[in-house]
Design a protein around this ligand. Structure first.
Ligand SMILES: [Fe+2]
Ligand SMILES: [Fe+2]
Length: 482
C-alpha cells in the first residue's frame, strides 16, 4: 500500500488546530447564517432580526437578564426549522426552501388572496395540471392540521436544541412560542396576549419587520407592523417600534457591513468560551443535529462522520487537541447542506446537471458561514474541504494534495465512509466490507491511504452511537499518545 502523504510530495499543510477563546455570541451569530439558508432568507436575516429585536427590548426598558435571553432566542429562532423540511417537501411536493422563504411574508391565518397566491406558487410546481390540482385540494383540506403539525415540530425541536446548546430555559421557551399571535390566531397552542412570553412577542415582530424590510423596504415593514398590530403583534411593542422609527433609531446600519458587529454589541453579558469549554462542543453537536434533521437520509450523518473522523485521528496518533478540533470540524462539515432543497436531497434517482450544481455548492456555504468567526479559520478550511480529493478532482475549490491537511484528508475519508454505510433514496446502506472495497478503489490517488487504513483498523461502525464529550475526554486522557 502506498501512503498518499508521500503522493503529496511534501508535508501536507497543517491548519491551526487551536480553537482560541471566542465569544459565544460570535459563534452563534455566525452559525445563525446557516439557519437563514434553511428558511430561504438572505444570509444575515437572523442577525438583522436580532439587532431589531434588541433595539425594541431596549426601548421598552427590558431588564438585562431578559435581553440576554432574548439575544440568543433571536439568533436561534429558526433552529427547529430543518426538522420539518422533509414533511414540508412531501406535503407541498416542491422546493421546501422557496416555500419557507415566502411564507414569512404571507398571512396564513386565513384564506385570502395572499394565501391562494402562495398555494399556486408553491404547491406541486412543475407537475402535470391534474396532479397539481389534486395536491392543492388535498392541502386545502388538511391545511390546518398540516400547519399545526409542522409548526409544532419546529417549535418543540427548536426549544430542545436551545437547551442542548446550554442556553437558558427562557431562551428555549422564547424559541418554542415564536409563532403565537397576540389575538390567539397563532400556532401551535393558540396562546393569547400575555400568555405568550415577552421574548416570543418581540421575536415575531422583529422577524417580520426584517423580512419585509429586506424584501420590500422600510415602508413595507412599518406598514405590516401597523396592519398586524393587535392581531399578530403586541400593541405596546408596535408603539415602541413607531417611536424608534420616528427617531431614526430602528433601521440605522441595519443592512450595512457592520450589522454583525452592531448586533454583537447588543449582547448584555459577553460570554467567552475556549477550546476546553464544553459549550463549543454542545453548539457543534446541536448544529450537526440541525443539519442531519433536514432529511431522513442524512439522519445522524454528521454524528457518524464525527465518530469515524475521531477514530481515524486517534488511530493515527494525533494529539488530544487535534482530535477535538477534527470532531468539531466533522460536526459542522455539512452546514451548507441547509441550502439544498429536499427535492434534491430526497430525489429518488440521479441528479440532473442543475441539481448537481446546487449540491456541489454546499461546502462553499459551509465555508461562507464559518469564515465569519475570528480564530476559526483553520476549522473553516478543514470543514469546507471535505469533498476535495488529493488528485484535485473534488469540489468546491478543486484543491490538490499540496493544499489538503491531514485533518482535511481524515474528514474526506470519514465522510465517504458514512455516506456509503448509510441508506440513500436510490440504494440501501452498504455492508462494511463493500464500503472499504470502494474506499480502497479511491486510495491513494483521491483519498489518503493512511487515513483509510486507520479508519479500517479502528473498527468503527457507521451505526454506533455518538460518543459524548465526557466519554471522549475519558478515552483521550487514557490514550497513550499524549
Ligand atoms: Fe458534504
Ligand atoms: Fe457529509
Amino acid at each position: 500500500m502506498q501512503g498518499t502523504w508521500e503522493v503529496a510530495a511534501q508535508k501536507p499543510p497543517q491548519p491551526s488546530t487551536k480553537e482560541p477563546a471566542a465569544r459565544l455570541s460570535h459563534v452563534v451569530a455566525a452559525l445563525s447564517q446557516a439557519l437563514d439558508l434553511s428558511t430561504g432568507q438572505p444570509i444575515g436575516h437572523s442577525v438583522r432580526a436580532c439587532l431589531i429585536g434588541m433595539r425594541i427590548a431596549e426601548e421598552i426598558g427590558a431588564p438585562e437578564q431578559i435581553r440576554n435571553d432574548l439575544f440568543y432566542a433571536l439568533l436561534l429562532k429558526d433552529c427547529g426549522c430543518s426538522s420539518n423540511a422533509s414533511k414540508t417537501f412531501h406535503a407541498l411536493q416542491s422546493d421546501d426552501i422557496k416555500a419557507k422563504g415566502n411564507v414569512k411574508t404571507t398571512d396564513w391565518t386565513s384564506t385570502n388572496l395572499g394565501s391562494i397566491r402562495y398555494a399556486l406558487a408553491h404547491v406541486a410546481t412543475g407537475k402535470p395540471l391534474l396532479q397539481r390540482t389534486r395536491a392543492i385540494l388535498q392541502l386545502a383540506v388538511k391545511q390546518k392540521t398540516h400547519a399545526k403539525e409542522v409548526t409544532q415540530l419546529r417549535c418543540e425541536r427548536g426549544a430542545t436544541l436551545a437547551r442542548l446548546m446550554g442556553l437558558s430555559e427562557n431562551t428555549a421557551t422564547g424559541v418554542r412560542n415564536l409563532d403565537e399571535h397576540w389575538d390567539g390566531s397563532g400556532l401551535p397552542e393558540g396562546f393569547i396576549r400575555n400568555e405568550i412570553p415577552l421574548l416570543s412577542r418581540v421575536m415575531l415582530l422583529a422577524q417580520t419587520l426584517e423580512v419585509f424590510f429586506s424584501a420590500q423596504g422600510q415602508g413595507a415593514a412599518m406598514d405590516v407592523s401597523t396592519r398586524r398590530k393587535g392581531k399578530w403583534f403586541d400593541p405596546d411593542l408596535v408603539k415602541a417600534v413607531n417611536s424608534l422609527h420616528r427617531r431614526n433609531a430602528l433601521w440605522a446600519d441595519i443592512s450595512s457591513v457592520t450589522a454583525m458587529e452592531n448586533c454583537l454589541a447588543t449582547e448584555p453579558h459577553q460570554r467567552v468560551m475556549n477550546k476546553d469549554d464544553s459549550s463549543l462542543d454542545r453548539i457543534c453537536n446541536a448544529f450537526s443535529q440541525i443539519v442531519d434533521a433536514k432529511s431522513p437520509f442524512t439522519y445522524n450523518h454528521s454524528l457518524g462522520v464525527a465518530n469515524a473522523a475521531v477514530a481515524t485521528a486517534r488511530t493515527l496518533g494525533l494529539s488530544r487537541e487535534r482530535v477535538l478540533f477534527i470532531r468539531h470540524a466533522a460536526l459542522l462539515h455539512d452546514l451548507g447542506k441547509l441550502s439544498v432543497p429536499n427535492t434534491i436531497l430526497e430525489k429518488n434517482g440521479k441528479l440532473d446537471n442543475a441539481e448537481w450544481q446546487i449540491m456541489r455548492q454546499h461546502p462553499y456555504y459551509t465555508h461562507k458561514v464559518l469564515s465569519g468567526i475570528p480564530g476559526f479559520e483553520g476549522l473553516c478550511e478543514v470543514a469546507a474541504s471535505h469533498h476535495e480529493k488529493l488528485d484535485g478532482s473534488g469540489y468546491f475549490r478543486g484543491l490538490d494534495a499540496s493544499r489538503l491537511s491531514v485533518e482535511s484528508r481524515i474528514l474526506a475519508v470519514a465522510d465517504v465512509f458514512d455516506a456509503l454505510a448509510s441508506a440513500r433514496p436510490y440504494r440501501d446502506a452498504l455492508p462494511r466490507e463493500r464500503v472499504f472495497e470502494i474506499l480502497w478503489k479511491d486510495a491513494p490517488h483521491a483519498l489518503d491511504a493512511n487515513c483509510v487504513k486507520a479508519l479500517e483498523e479502528s473498527g468503527t461502525e457507521s451505526n454506533q452511537s455518538f460518543i459524548n464529550l465526557e466519554n471522549l475526554n475519558q478515552q483521550l486522557s487514557s490514550f497513550s499518545f499524549y
